[in-house]
Design a protein. Structure first.
Length: 221
């Protein structure tokens, strides 16, 4: 199995299935294609006509969407354990994943993924409203699963993979959130797979000016 990803410092979509595979110790070959540099589309075209990352190559199966990749991994390799076992919680978890997958456009635009540095930025009303929505989702999930583990639904699920890049964004830009959500962020940032991703991001040489928004105030630990 091969997973084609972009720059670890900037590619939030790539992080999601990579994190799921790494967290559950599923062997795969990582193929890194730096984005937005000369020739990157030609390199991606070798794997998928969609020309986006991530791309999963699993035998004769090619999947080019992060959530679809996570669902495939869960079904084929994890016997469903990356979703809650209870029907109701599984449905809610999938809803969380779908909202993350299709929403929070302003966060994506105004707080681009940047794993290796802390940035200071002026928050617009629109982005603050989306951050508050994320905060409320995290609080609701954690309150329902108190005492069942420290991830959104207790144990690690696809939802945690989907929201991990938002955790990285909130950390980079110093977004103010509730104590409950901060504890969840601490859990994600302490996850060994997230730590590995962040360390790899710091070693990358590429600098994409469009992603380096705000004022640099230091490197993330």
């Amino acid at each position: 199995m091969k997973l084609v990803i972009g720059n670890k410092n900037y590619s939030s979509w790539s992080m999601r299935p990579w994190l799921l595979l790494q967290h559950f110790n599923i062997f795969f070959e990582e193929i890194r294609v730096p984005l937005f540099v000369p020739g990157y589309k030609e390199k991606l075209a070798k794997y998928s006509s969609n020309l986006t990352v991530p791309i999963l190559l699993d035998g004769n199966i090619t999947i080019w969407d992060s959530l679809a990749i996570c669902e495939h991994i869960n079904e084929k390799y994890l016997n469903g354990m990356a979703l809650p076992s209870e029907e109701l919680e599984r449905a809610i978890c999938r809803t969380y994943c779908a909202e993350m997958h299709s929403g929070f456009i302003t966060i994506r635009e105004q707080l681009p993924m940047n794993c290796r540095s802390q940035r200071q930025i002026r928050f617009t009303t629109e982005v603050l409203n989306e951050c508050k929505r994320v905060d409320s989702l995290w609080q609701e999930a954690r309150q329902r699963h108190t005492g069942k583990g420290d991830y959104l639904f207790g144990d690690f699920t696809i939802a945690d993979s989907m929201f991990a890049p938002i955790v990285c964004r909130f950390s980079s830009y110093g977004v103010a959130i509730s104590l409950t959500s901060q504890r969840y962020m601490d859990t994600i940032l302490a996850n060994y797979a997230v730590t590995e991703w962040m360390e790899d991001a710091k070693k990358e040489a590429e600098i994409l000016p469009d992603f380096e928004v705000g004022t640099y105030i230091g490197e993330l630990d």
